[in-house]
Ligand binder design. Sequence first.
Ligand code: ACO
Length: 354
Amino acid sequence: MYQPGLKGITAVETKLCHIDGAQGVLTYRGNPIQSIVEDNTYEDAAYFLLYGNFPSTEELQIFKEKLNDNRELPAYVREILDSIPSGQTMMDVLRTTVSSLTTKKLMEDNATQLIAIIPTIIAYRYRKMKDLPIIKPDPALNHVENFMYMLSDKVNKSDVKILEAYLIMTMEHGLNASTFAARVTISTESDLISAITSAIGTMKGPLHGGAPSGVIDLLDEINTTDNISEIIHKKLKNKERIMGFGHRVYKTVDPRAIALKKKIIQSEHLPEWIKLALETEKVTIKLLNEYKPEQNLYTNVEYYAAAIMKSLELDPEIFTAIFSSSRIVGWCAHSMEQANNNTIFRPNATYIGD
Ligand code: ACO
């Protein structure tokens, strides 16, 4: 049987993630994403996905120390970063730099290294391209605080909480294209650095890790709450898609959008831009329901990802790389799962030539 894109075909068994698109449910190792985000730090959630249990105090301490030990860029990595031409995208830079890392004996050690170093690579390159002074990681800060600090030279607790929620929620999402690419590479008994290089190359494509910049364009166009209804009406009449709404898997509300919105609303000072996003969501869902009553169109995770990136004043050009800095956890966990119970991927191709 030939199924284009392997749509609907089960290719692996996993204990990492379950998605029920009809009910709007996403769980990591059996735990609903909402409770994982509410009760855990980035480090707890990453450890849980990699090892299957939430870390004890001692396990967490060791994990954090390992992350700290791997956060700094080795001199040769800085040289590579400095030599990549300025026109290359952040995903190109990430792919090239990650591919230069040394393979360690234990796959889990490489996983910790990758989780720790990817934010430093992104922040180093980002500041270099903007002619800003480079900020080294601070061992006193946790993972997400360090990422914010290295990018923007400030650590605002409420911004960190929101970014952390986004990063936890996007760590893992089943057998998406990049995760599949990582598993295929590992299935040949290749190493984790090669698998993650494959995954980053796959994530780069607009059909997968495409940045939520469409949402930013939409909200920039709307600009003020007075314009929402008129602009959305016009777009729907012209049969345009409203960015940040609808999802291929979720046929109800994307649970990540709900959890992310909750986090955003909890923050002390809502930036004007977020207020506009919240109001636009309300009006758009109502209008989508009028124009497309059969489709059940709701907000997806990209909508609030855009709101967060914009309110943190991060450049759209690094959105997909930031997404990769969280999905690295899922890629590593899937690679470890594949290695522990491996069969090489080798599907058939039906010959249709002369
Ligand atoms: N705005 C307006 N209409 C929409 C939207 C939308 N955002 N999404 C779907 N529809 C309509 C389509 O026009 C179509 O209507 P029709 O049958 O009258 O022609 C119907 O709903 C079904 O559309 P499909 O593309 O077949 O639905 P699918 O579930 O395959 O699409 C997708 C999912 C591609 C995400 C779509 O909802 C979309 O284009 N959304 C906007 C882009 C976006 O936000 N992408 C980010 C997704 S989240 C992520 O990738 C992490």
